[in-house]
Design a protein around this ligand. Structure first.
Ligand SMILES: Nc1ncnc2c1ncn2[C@@H]1O[C@H](COP(=O)(O)OP(=O)(O)OP(=O)(O)O)[C@@H](O)[C@H]1O
Length: 274
C-alpha cells in the first residue's frame, strides 16, 4: 500500500521584491521518508523550509503538513514538528539541559529528555553551556531540541555544514535511526555523499525553482553524460544553464562555494569526467 503523504506543497512561491526565493514549487513528501533538498547558496532551500514549517507566509500556493495548512494552522502544526534552522543562537548562554527544558515547555506533548540526552551522547554535556560545545556537539544539541516534543516530522537546515567527515557520518547515522523509528525527515544539505547514501529522495533547487526530484539513483540515471554520484547530479541540475557553457565564471564561483562543503578531490574528478 502507498505510504501516506505527510507534506503536500502546491505551486508555492515566495518573493523578496523582484527576487523569487521560491517559485512555483510543487512536491510531496511521504511518511517515513528521509527527504533531501540540495542547491547552491541562495537557491531557496532555507526559504522553502521556512514555508514548510509555517515560519514564513507564502505569496502564492499552499503547504499542507499532516493535513494542516502551514500558513493558517501554524500553531497546531508546531506541536507535531521539530525544526532546526541555521544560526539559532538564542540559547547560547544556557546549559544544554536548561535549553531543552525551556523548549519542551513550549509544547503540550513531551518526549523523554533523559532518553534524548543518552541517545545523542549529550549526557556528559548536560550541564555545559551551549556556546561552549564544539561545532559537532552544537549540531547534536540542536537536533535534541527538535525532538523535545516527539515530532512526527523533523526539518533540518544544513546541520552538517562545516563538520568533519566522522562527525557528519555519526550525525547521519542518528538520522537513519530516527527514520527507522518512523520519523519523517526533511533536510537541506550540501553533503552530497551522505545524501546519496541516506536520502530516499532528493529535491534539487535552482534559483528558487525545483528543477528535479527523485531518488539519488533516479537523479544520477537522469544525467545524460552518465555521472555516478550526487556531486555529478549537483553539477548537472543545480549549476546547469541552458544555452550556456557548463562553466561560466559565475558557475565557477558557485562551484568553489559548493566545494567548501564537499570532498574537493571527488569534486575535481567529477569535473575531469565531463
Ligand atoms: N529575509 C529575506 N529578505 C530578502 N531576501 C531574502 C531573505 N531570505 C532569503 N532571501 C533571498 O532569497 C533567496 C533564497 O535564499 P535562501 O536563504 O532560501 O537560499 P538557500 O538555498 O537556503 O541558501 P544557503 O545555502 O546559502 O543557505 C536568496 O536570493 C536570498 O538572498
Amino acid at each position: 500500500m502507498d505510504r501516506q503523504t505527510v507534506i503536500q506543497v502546491s505551486s508555492l512561491s515566495k518573493y523578496y521584491g523582484a527576487n523569487s526565493a521560491v517559485e512555483q514549487v510543487t512536491l510531496q513528501v511521504k511518511e517515513g521518508e528521509l527527504f533531501g533538498i540540495i542547491g547552491t547558496n541562495g537557491a531557496g532551500k532555507s526559504t522553502l523550509l521556512e514555508l514548510l514549517t509555517g515560519l514564513r507566509q507564502p505569496d502564492e500556493g499552499c503547504v499542507k503538513v499532516l493535513n494542516m495548512d502551514a500558513e493558517l494552522e501554524a500553531e497546531s502544526l508546531k506541536e507535531h514538528i521539530g525544526i532546526h534552522l541555521q544560526n539559532t543562537s538564542l540559547v547560547d548562554k544556557m546549559t544544554v539541559r536548561e535549553a531543552l527544558d525551556l523548549f519542551q515547555s513550549f509544547y503540550h506533548k513531551k518526549n523523554d529528555l533523559d532518553a534524548i540526552l543518552d541517545r545523542l551522547g549529550l549526557r556528559p554535556y548536560e550541564h555545559k553551556m551551549v556556546k561552549r560545545l564544539s561545532g559537532g556537539w552544537q549540531q547534536r544539541f540542536a537536533l535534541a531540541i527538535t525532538l523535545v516534543n516527539d515530532p512526527k516530522i523533523i526539518f533540518l537546515d544544513e546541520p552538517t555544514t562545516g563538520l568533519d567527515q566522522q562527525t557528519r557520518s555519526e550525525y547521519w547515522e542518528i538520522l537513519l535511526e530516527l527514520k527507522s523509528q518512523g520519523k519523517t525527515i526533511v533536510i537541506a544539505t550540501h553533503d552530497m555523499g551522505e545524501a546519496q547514501r541516506n536520502c530516499d529522495r532528493v529535491a534539487v533547487m535552482r534559483k528558487g525553482k525545483l528543477v528535479s526530484c527523485d531518488s539519488p539513483q533516479g537523479l544520477i540515471a537522469r544525467i545524460p553524460s552518465g555521472g555516478l554520484t550526487m556531486e555529478a547530479v549537483y553539477v548537472h541540475f543545480a549549476l546547469e544553464q541552458k544555452n550556456e557553457p557548463a562553466f561560466t565564471l559565475p558557475h565557477l564561483a558557485e562551484w568553489v562555494s559548493f566545494a567548501k562543503f564537499t570532498d574537493l578531490r571527488n569534486s575535481l574528478s567529477v569535473i575531469s569526467d565531463r
